[in-house]
Structures are given as structure tokens and as C-alpha cells.
Design a protein around this ligand. Structure first.
Ligand code: GMT
Length: 389
């Protein structure tokens, strides 16, 4: 169902995000670009140009946070530099709203900037979007917990990218305000089946191609994917393509050799044009231990690639068991292998799952989700203005 946009004013929006390959930065960038496409003035604030912010876009500004080097500092005081940047950008461009992605440290720094601006007679409403590990893995750590809890409660609006993440947040923290669930979205103008690449170009004709994309951290349990692939490979001619890089890369190469899969697993490193590789894929695997949403799985589904995943976090809200793919318990290699084989072994079944994956992805169409954000922005601005009267 499409939500009607009730926004009347053109907002000047600040977006604070991580610029790297993580899903929160990707979502923040895509959201900002989509807002700019609707005529909003969008100011990205980060320490590096976000990966998906290549090229020139009308209405889009990028402000880099530069931390000052000084011999006293073992660690550059990025947080202080970020707060100062937010204050300066807000004063110069008169932002209507600041939307920060990933609570640590962005929600905290946003609150500090807001307090500084308040002393100058300016009221800047803050929205924090919780993305996952800022709650489940990192935010939950005692070294961060009190600050994360305080900062979330100080935000004027809080959104979570899945119902599961909302529930995790309420379980781990004492939250005093409503959390709005606004799912991650997919831009079908970019992520769609293209029929442009052919397996023969990759030397894998007549083979099934299985894909995984991530930042190769422990939480992704890529070793489970290799074990599942071993089971698939023993029954079906197939190749596994791993896209991304990260702390687990070296040990995964070693495991590939140990499992005797060296010639069938391709490590492609970081790639920008994921949608082109998805054009070739028959199956996507995500074996994560925690996954608040699983944007990579949604991108696969939009390109008509069924998903074998765990049931961690919000994955089961994205990947519908028995429809867009299958979900299994974390670490259940036998179940994931069985499910993968049941999809791959028969082309009629595979084609059915491909169609269903696309249907499920359509629930997260940008055109469905964007109005939810715009209406939420408007609501937070209105509430904040009422409070200030
Ligand atoms: O874990 C990552 O892959 C990066 C992380 C991030 O915050 O950058 O991703 C989280 O946010 C994504 C966008 O909302 C979600 O799709 C991912 O599921 C989530 N990752 C985890 O919860 C582990």
C-alpha cells in the first residue's frame, strides 16, 4: 500500500552516516539521494564521501569532517569535530532537521550539537535511525550502554529498520519514546534483473552460481556458508562467489582450501556494481548470527535471486520462509544445505522461487518506504515546533 505524502514544506535535511561499505551508510545515502530527488536540500556529513555518493546530484551537498592532528592525541577527537561540523553546517544552511544513522556515536554527537545550537537560539530536531549492531552487538556492551540509552532517549524521533530491531532495543534499553519501524528499501531502477551478463563470461556455464555479499565480519558466519556450499557442490555443479572484504578474509581463504573448494570459490573483494553480479546469481546465502534487516538479501531478491538465510533478527521479516527462500536456525548447516538443494535441484522450482523473491522484494520498494520517512520527518518537525511554542 502506498502512503500519501503529507509534506508541504521543502526541508533542509542534514544526514550523518558512516561512509563505508556497511548497510547503514548505504541506506542513509540512498535515502538522502531519494529525498534530494524529491526537491529536498540534503547535506551529508561524514569523515569520507559515502561509497554510494559518486558523481554530482542536484540538491546534494557533502561536508567532510576533518579531525585535527595533535601530538597529544593518540586518537583523533572525531566526535568533537563532528559536533562542531554539525553546528557550523546548521548555522550556515539553517537545517530543518538532522537525521543520524547508527546510534554510536552519531545520536550522542547530534544531541551535543543540538544543545550547542540551543544556546544560540536555534532548535534542531534530531531523528536517530537504529540499524542493528548499534543495538545488538556494540550498543549493548557495558562500555557503551548508558550513553547509547541516554542518546536514544534524547532524540526527537527514533526509527528502527525492522520490528525485530525495535523489540531488541526495548529489551536491552529503557526507552522512553515510541520507536517507529521504517523498513529499509530497494530502488528498483538500480536493482532489477537485467539479463545483460552471461555465465559464460565468468567461465561457469551450466553451473549454478551462489552469491554472498558482506563486510566479512565474524557476525556474518561466512564459514557456515562455505560448509553449506560444500554440501551443495557435492550434489550440483556450482560456484560460490564471495563479494566483500573484512577481518575474516584470510581465515576464510584458509578454510576454503581445507574444505577442498579452492577451485569453486571465487573471492572477488569489494565491488561497487553488486547488481551486475546479482544478474548472474541463482541463490544468495546469508548465514548471520545477528542481522537487523539484511539489506544484501533484499538487493538479491529484487534481482530475482532467492535467499537461504538464518532466522536471525529481522531476516525473517525480509526473507519469507518457503516463498522468497528459506530461513533456518543460526548455525544449522544441514538445514541450510537441504533448503538450498531443494531450490537448486529443479529449474521449475528455482524459477518459481525467483519470481516469488521479486514479489517479496516489492514490499520494500523505495516508492513505498520513502513517503513513510517524509511523513515521519514532518511529524517530528511539527511536534518539535509545538513544544517550542
Ligand atoms: O553489519 C553490517 O553489515 C553493517 C551494518 C551497519 O550498520 O552498517 O548493517 C546493519 O544495518 C543494515 C542497514 O540497515 C542492515 O541491513 C543490516 O542487517 C545491519 N547489520 C546487522 O544487524 C548485523
Amino acid at each position: 500500500m502506498r502512503t500519501k505524502i503529507c509534506c508541504t514544506l521543502i526541508m533542509k535535511l542534514g544526514i550523518v552516516c558512516y561512509p563505508t561499505y556497511g548497510g547503514s551508510g548505504v541506506m542513509a545515502t540512498e535515502l538522502g539521494l531519494a529525498m534530494a530527488g524529491k526537491g529536498f536540500e540534503v547535506h551529508f556529513i561524514s569523515y569520507k564521501r559515502p561509497v554510494r555518493l559518486g558523481g554530482f546530484y542536484p540538491n546534494v551537498y557533502y561536508h567532510e569532517v576533518n579531525s585535527f592532528e595533535y601530538p597529544l592525541f593518540d586518537f583523533k577527537p572525531y566526535d568533537t569535530a563532528l559536533a562542531s561540523k554539525i553546528v557550523n553546517i546548521c548555522l550556515h544552511y539553517q537545517l530543518d532537521l538532522l537525521h543520524v544513522h547508527y546510534a554510536i556515536p552519531h545520536a550522542t554527537i547530534a544531541h551535543l550539537a543540538k544543545e550547542i545550537l540551543y544556546t544560540k537560539g536555534i532548535r534542531l530536531p534530531i531523528i536517530t535511525t537504529l540499524h542493528g549492531t548499534d543495538i545488538t552487538l556494540v550498543g549493548n556492551e557495558s562500555s557503551f550502554h548508558p550513553v547509547v540509552e541516554f542518546s536514544i532517549n534524547q532524540s526527537d524521533g527514533v526509527t528502527a529498520v525492522s520490528e525485530s530491531l525495535k523489540q531488541d532495543t526495548l529489551k536491552h534499553f529503557q526507552i522512553e519514546k515510541p520507536i517507529e519501524v521504517i523498513y529499509n528499501f530497494i530502488d528498483f531502477s538500480r536493482f532489477k534483473k537485467r539479463h545483460q551478463l552471461f555465465k559464460s563470461q565468468f567461465g561457469c556455464e551450466n553451473q549454478k552460481l551462489i552469491l554472498h555479499v558482506s563486510n566479512f565480519r565474524k557476525v556474518k558466519r561466512i564459514s557456515d556458508i562455505l560448509k553449506v556450499f560444500k554440501g551443495i557442490h557435492s550434489e550440483i555443479r556450482s560456484k560460490l562467489v564471495l563479494i566483500g572484504d573484512g577481518p575474516e578474509s584470510t581465515s576464510l581463504v584458509d578454510l576454503t582450501e581445507e574444505l577442498g573448494l579452492k577451485d569453486s570459490v571465487i573471492f572477488m573483494g569489494k565491488q561497487d556494481a553488486i547488481e551486475e553480479m546479482l544478474d548472474l546469481a541463482d541463490l544468495f546465502i546469508l548465514a548471520s548470527e545477528h542481522e537487523s534487516f539484511g539489506l544484501a538479501a533484499l538487493e538479491a531478491m529484487a534481482c530475482e535471486v532467492p535467499v537461504i538465510s538464518t532466522d536471525a533478527g529481522g531476516l525473517k521479516e525480509v526473507n519469507l520462509h518457503g516463498y522468497s527462500g528459506y530461513v533456518s536456525a543460526v548455525g544449522d548447516i544441514e538445514s541450510m544445505t537441504k533448503n538450498a538443494l531443494s531450490i537448486l535441484a529443479d529449474d521449475t522450482i528455482l524459477n518459481q522461487f525467483k519470481k516469488q523473491a521479486l514479489q517479496q522484494a516489492k514490499k520494500f520498494d523505495l516508492d513505498v518506504i520513502l513517503p513513510q520517512y517524509i511523513n515521519y520527518y514532518q511529524k517530528i518537525i511539527d511536534t518539535s515546533q509545538q513544544k517550542n511554542r
